[in-house]
Design a protein around this ligand. Sequence first.
Ligand code: FAD
Ligand code: UDP
Length: 370
Amino acid sequence: MILIVGAGFSGAVIARTLADANIPIQIIDQRDHVAGNCHTYRDEETGIMLHAYGPHIFHTDNKSVWDFVNQYTTFMPYTNRVKSTTCDQVFSLPINLHTINQFFKSTFSPSEAKTFIENLADKSIDNPETFEEQALAFVGQELYEAFFKSYTEKQWGLSTNVLPASILKRLPVRFNYDDNYFFHKYQGMPKEGYTQLVENILDHPLISVKLNTAFNKNQINDYQHVFYSGPIDGYFDYAHGRLPYRTLDFIKKTGDGDFQGCAVMNYPDADIPFTRIAEHKYFTPWESFEKTVYFEEHRRSCEEGDIPYYPIRLVKDPEILETYENLAAKEEKVTFVGRLGTYRYLDMDVTISDAMDVAKDFLAVRKKIA
Ligand code: FAD
Ligand code: UDP
């Protein structure tokens, strides 16, 4: 029997892959639901599908991941379009030709806009390492300050010159009017939410799910192997200190009709305490509701007892991360997986693809031994 700690995508995908290879699985989660941070539920008052731990949009270029999730639910077409309220106007994100023309009060063609932005970009930065360098080399000072600087400082609680360039590389800049927030080939929303999708992945006679159950290290002896998707520092009882995370406070509001006219509105201005507002009925455009529910997202540093949302990766990561990684490598009976177990900022598709690889590697080693 194998123990899997955490019933998010990491745990669920490993559980299913191993169960399909005839291995019995015990999966536990300390929460009262599966799906980890991707958990969705219907709001009692309005019937709207809510994303309990922040909005989740499925997007990927990885066909095997897309095929995998489509085996377990129906995905509805959904394209994420995000707006940004800054400098007293509403702009389209990611930065595209509409954003550029509106911001600079111009009527550039794609090639004119490209040349214009190239001229604004800081050409002295060859190899951007920090978020700030990446932004200045990418779009220049004005767009950086309007859209990225304060948003990022609110989001991460740190100066943009200690955050890595990789954070900004998640976002494209486009010289056409395409305002799809993502650049991946496949994008969609599970028709009945992520929790139902994960429940379906876990629906296998060899998988037993126990909720409201926290991991205890003594359990390791009762199992052949453990896959652990909880926090890596938590596993070692924070013996070398806590890894830094950002946590989120969601302020829920309910109203009639339509609040903001789109799924996500970002607020980069420094004097607004939240980073964005997500209006969840927009994530199911095939459904209609008279009322609406929206959440302000306030970000702050994660203290003991808070939910760790975003691992804070820096240009120079803290030494304790390496200490924990070295300790983890020595735990022969435990494999550390997922967002918290590997302390990485992972989208769902990467989480699933990594989990598939971990399970396949495990099966390959088992086969070799047998
Ligand atoms: P988790 O979902 O965190 O699951 C880990 C589980 O382990 C949890 O249920 C937890 O309760 C359990 N656990 C932890 N410790 C213990 C313990 N000691 N004992 C028992 N159980 C334990 N990705 C996208 O692709 N698209 C998006 O739009 C998107 N939006 C996001 C928005 C926000 C605000 C955040 C923070 C992330 C977003 N992500 C998005 C990323 C997505 O949430 C992750 O990829 C995914 O949740 C990772 O799954 P996981 O199983 O590794 O971790
Ligand atoms: N970002 C920003 N302004 C925005 C949106 C994003 O500066 O309007 C930065 C911010 O640092 C964020 C990163 O770009 O962490 C990646 O954005 P994404 O929307 O992918 O963040 P997530 O959905 O994970 O919060």
